[in-house]
Ligand binder design. Structure first.
Ligand SMILES: Nc1ncnc2c1ncn2[C@@H]1O[C@H](COP(=O)(O)OP(=O)(O)OP(=O)(O)O)[C@@H](O)[C@H]1O
Length: 295
């Protein structure tokens, strides 16, 4: 069994005395995956990424990164924070030179230059004079230039225009595939993640509500249309709505479904939205014994 890129065990983070941002999070992300982290505002996504990056310490439980403590793994990890902190007084070229100085022996100048060049950025422009989207480009160039084994990206595409999102997502996925990089990326634009991600963590109410390979999660759920009086009780119900004489639901079937029910496979966006609309829907995460067996 190869070492997972990221593993959390009963991980929790509390800010102040009572406010738990995350609690009892357990999951395992195999190396080489591209993982989407989704969830509503305030769900705990940024907290989870900051714990993995070693910028926050857990209040309880553990998080291991590339088999090591997050602080020890930091040289092998690239992190793009939601705020994209950069040195405002440096120019774009000076920032990339700093990247090269900080990562001797494993700085990929060509990739960093390509990320920046895609935005037609003047290398002599100071960071403080860049737009939000241009700063994102420089932050991504620094993170990718480091050639990390694990790339943690907190809403990396949020302030990019649609063309730039498309271009940078393509470049990111190409780099990840070429080097076997594990990518963990939070986003609110689920439709955009469908083609690029193969693993999902859905965070809600400070805990993990869905975790696993996207294909497995989709296969475990069915959208059904049935007569309004249909009995859903044998199944796990994520959401159900009745309009007139018809019922539409997303369920996790626990056995064969009646012949008069129409069924369809949900899309990733459909699945995520159904969980977001229904915070009380039962979670689907690997059982602790499954995680232990895989260790
Ligand atoms: N430094 C902090 N001090 C106190 N509370 C915090 C701090 N950082 C985060 N929180 C709280 O922890 C919870 C989770 O916040 P977090 O930023 O991780 O959510 P998020 O899922 O990334 O949200 P968004 O989608 O809005 O970016 C929120 O209730 C937030 O108010």
């Amino acid at each position: 069994m190869t070492v997972p890129a990221l593993e959390a065990d009963a991980l929790g983070k509390r800010f102040g005395r009572r406010s738990w941002a995350l609690r009892d999070c357990s999951f395992r992300l195999p190396a080489g995956r591209v993982c989407a982290v989704v969830g509503p505002n305030g769900a705990g996504k940024s907290t989870l990424l900051a714990l993995a990056a070693g910028l926050l310490a857990p209040t309880e439980g553990t998080v291991r990164v590339l088999g090591a403590h997050p602080a020890a793994a930091r040289p092998r990890v690239g992190f793009v924070d939601q705020d994209k902190p950069l040195y405002q007084q440096l120019t774009v070229a000076e920032t990339l030179r700093m990247g090269a100085d900080l990562n001797p022996g494993h700085w990929d100048a060509d990739t960093a230059r390509r990320v920046v060049a895609g935005g037609d950025l003047d290398p002599d422009r100071r960071i403080r004079a860049l737009s939000g989207g241009q700063r994102t480009r420089v932050a991504l160039a620094l993170a990718l230039g480091k050639r990390p084994e694990l790339l943690l990206l907190d809403e990396p595409m949020a302030d990019l225009d649609p063309l730039a999102r498309h271009e940078l997502m393509g470049l990111l996925m190409g780099e990840a595939a070429a080097h076997g990089t594990t990518v963990v990326m939070s986003s609110h634009v689920v439709a955009e993640l469908e083609d690029s991600c193969d693993h999902l963590l859905l965070v809600g109410g400070g805990t993990i509500r869905l975790s696993g390979e996207i294909d497995d999660l989709l296969a475990a759920h069915t959208r059904v249309t049935a007569p309004a009086a249909a009995d859903l009780s044998p199944h796990e119900v994520v959401e159900s709505r009745t309009t007139g004489r018809q019922l539409s639901a997303v369920i996790r079937p626990s056995g064969p479904l009646p012949d008069d029910w129409r069924t369809a496979a949900p899309s990733l966006e459909d699945l995520v939205l159904s969980y977001l609309r229904n915070p009380a829907a039962p979670a689907l995460t690997p059982a602790p014994e499954t995680l232990e067996a895989a260790a």
